[in-house]
Design a protein around this ligand. Structure first.
Ligand SMILES: Nc1ncnc2c1ncn2[C@@H]1O[C@H](COP(=O)(O)OP(=O)(O)OP(=O)(O)O)[C@@H](O)[C@H]1O
Length: 334
């Protein structure tokens, strides 16, 4: 378990992490998102002891990272693997040698290294590339080598700093699937820094959104993507919707569970009402979908529709046409 309370970090006079509080449970996949310069990488480096912090507490399995002696800090870092956007492989070494490198540095014997490297190339799915050099590998294959190298010391935690950002979407998905499998098979806690929302939706259970060195939002991925707080909108932007001035526009939130049911057609049948579908925004989430649908109903039907949604415990809100969008309406709480 990683526990961070009131953490503060400055570079010269610039505060880059301010009063950070978060808990990352053992065996979880946790996402950190935010704009460039928000402090994500600095926070990752604090977790593995590469960066010091000025105030507050950061413990990993109950051990305060800043209190470690030089020797203990070295052993602590060995237990935390890290992968990066640019893979950081040594170009003059082949795949075998790159993966073996940390074990060589820690003076493991040859038989152990040989067994471990062969096991790891199987795990990451590149046994046929064991003698290849980085220049002979695709981006996805290079990241697989980097993952294998990060796992070579059997870490408890794997930190991923924009690990899929340099890859095309399909390759990125295969790397996310690999990280998922590693998390499940080996029980390793994974902390993912990314700006790719698809990575968060596919792999993370919980996320924090950082803004200017502070945590603007924390919570379950599903809850945050459905609620769409300001901090998320600041990151992904809000799509302008063209809505009619006549009738009432209702945005209906579809959680993963609700999205699997024929709720909208059931509503139309039960209420014997017609409506216009003005927008449909569904996103992939884990094995399913989530998102929202915006419908336009007549003024007369509005109460019946909202009562139906309330009875089914489905969140909704009224939307104004764009030119009135700044006027008061039941808006999000934040
Ligand atoms: N070693 C350093 N010395 C001085 N300032 C630093 C150092 N490392 C980071 N910073 C500053 O700290 C702030 C946060 O940087 P950080 O790399 O943690 O952000 P980030 O959210 O990971 O950004 P990106 O997504 O662009 O990687 C930035 O303003 C950066 O310039």
């Amino acid at each position: 378990m990683i526990s961070i309370t009131h953490l503060k970090k400055s570079f010269a006079k610039q505060i880059v992490l301010n009063d950070i509080n978060l808990q990352i449970g053992k065996g979880k996949i946790y996402g950190l998102v935010g704009r460039s310069g928000a402090g994500k990488s600095t926070l990752l480096r604090c977790i593995n002891g590469l960066e010091s912090y000025d105030e507050g507490s950061l413990t990993v399995d109950g051990i305060e990272v800043s209190s470690l002696s030089a020797k203990a800090a070295r052993e602590f870092k060995r237990d935390i693997g890290m992968i990066f956007q640019q893979f950081s492989l040594l170009s003059r070494m082949n795949v075998y040698e790159n993966i073996a490198l940390p074990m060589k540095c820690w003076k493991y014997n040859k038989a152990h290294i040989d067994r471990k490297v062969k096991e790891l190339v199987e795990l990451v799915g590149i046994p046929d590339k064991i003698n290849a050099f980085p220049a002979e590998l695709s981006g996805g294959q290079k990241q697989r080598v980097a993952i294998a190298r990060a796992l070579s010391m059997n870490p408890r935690i794997l930190l991923c700093d924009e690990a899929t950002s340099a890859l095309d979407p399909q390759t990125a998905n295969s790397i996310i699937a690999l990280l998922d499998a590693i998390n499940k098979q080996l029980g390793i806690t994974i902390v993912v820094v990314t700006h790719q929302m698809s990575v968060l939706r596919r792999s993370c259970e919980e996320i924090s959104i950082l803004e200017n060195g502070e945590i603007a939002e924390s919570g379950s991925v599903e809850e945050i993507f459905l609620r769409q707080p300001k901090a998320l909108i600041n990151l992904i932007g809000r799509k302008d919707q063209i809505l009619p001035h006549k009738g009432v526009n209702i945005k209906i939130t579809l959680s993963q569970e609700v999205a699997q049911k024929p709720l909208i057609t059931e509503m139309a049948r039960n209420l014997q009402t017609d409506f216009l579908i003005m927008g449909w925004e569904m996103e992939r989430f884990r094995d399913g979908m989530l998102g929202s649908i915006t419908i336009n109903v007549t003024d007369a039907d509005c109460t019946r529709v909202t009562e139906f949604l309330n009875a089914h415990q489905v969140p909704w809100k009224l939307l104004l046409p764009l030119e009135y969008a700044d006027q008061a309406l039941p808006e999000e709480e934040d």
